[in-house]
Design a protein around this ligand. Structure first.
Ligand code: ADP
Ligand code: MG
Length: 279
């Protein structure tokens, strides 16, 4: 498989406070990759940097060996649920149609082929019957599927899903996994952030383990070692019968075994950069 996506020494910060530090990463064309790490590890930051929503403090992101900025259309991004304003007055069909607008000039009407693709995407996610409904009226799982349909309509080469399995119903989880299987057949490169380590180990080709920096990347067996998990999750990790289990996505404000300094969760590390004190 060829390299599709490459990060060279990528650092991102918020107001001078580092969120990702010198990340080097290569993702092969068609790979399905789980992005894993505790809260505050920089998973969402990584995705936003990949779609150009955040400037890089340093480094480069390349797609097919060229700067990612030249390739915004083929990268589809489904943000974490909390980051979307669901009160925005727009119908399901409108949201999915937005997946087609990136490819055409401003104000140009969608073609029949575009409309057909929008409809197919709605059907594929089982929400064609909701097309005329405002997104704000839907359940969380339905809203998630609207965004997946929009991403599908975009016909992406790269799909970024930020925590698509967090807080959704079983039907949506199943629809999302089926979508991923379909995309595998079409060699779409997929990055999915998740807190579900079993899913990451069992369902993905590669895992990227983050905690502000890249801890490890590669096949799940090589990434999910006790050392790597300890480096990423610190005191959130316990070992039971030889199996590493992450007990909580936040250190609970008590600080991990390695000390509060090594926990990057928002409880321990206030946004003003207050030096890791517990609030
Ligand atoms: P994750 O998605 O892994 O939970 P994020 O990428 O959201 O992590 O956050 C990484 C770090 O950047 C955290 O310390 C978080 O507090 C900080 N951060 C995220 N978004 C912002 C923002 N808009 N302004 C300031 N700091 C932010
Ligand atoms: Mg996040």
């Amino acid at each position: 498989m060829n390299e599709l996506l490459e990060l060279r020494n990528v650092s991102v910060s918020y107001g001078g406070r580092p969120a990702l530090d010198s990340v080097n990463l290569s993702i092969a064309h068609g790979a399905q990759v789980a992005v894993v790490g505790p809260n505050g590890a920089g998973k969402s930051t990584l995705f936003k940097a990949l779609v150009g929503l955040l400037p890089l403090r340093s480094g480069q992101i390349l797609i097919h060996g060229r700067p990612a900025a030249e390739y915004s259309d083929p990268v589809a991004y489904v943000p974490q649920r909390e980051e979307v304003d669901w009160r925005f007055p727009v119908t399901v069909a409108d949201v999915v149609a937005m997946g087609r607008y990136g490819r055409r000039r401003w104000l140009k009407r969608l073609s029949d082929a575009d409309r057909e693709l929008v409809l197919k995407s709605l059907e594929r996610l089982g929400i064609a019957n909701l097309a005329r409904r405002p997104i704000g009226e839907l359940s969380g799982g339905q809203q998630q599927r609207v965004f997946l349909a929009r991403a599908l309509a975009q016909e992406p080469h790269v799909l970024l899903l930020d925590e698509p399995f967090t807080g959704v119903d079983i039907a949506t989880r199943k629809a999302t996994l089926e979508l991923l299987s379909g995309l595998r057949a079409r060699s779409v490169t997929v990055l999915v952030s998740t807190h579900d380590l079993d899913l990451a180990a069992g369902r993905f080709d590669e895992v990227v383990l983050l905690n502000g920096r890249l801890i490890s990347a590669g096949p799940p067996r090589e990434v999910f070692t006790h050392e790597h998990l300890q480096a990423a999750f610190g005191g959130q990790m316990v070992v039971i019968d030889g199996k590493a289990i992450v007990v909580d996505q936040c250190c609970g404000g008590h600080g991990p075994v390695g000390g509060v300094d090594s926990c990057r969760c928002d409880t321990c590390e206030p946004p003003d950069g207050g030096g890791g004190e517990i609030r």
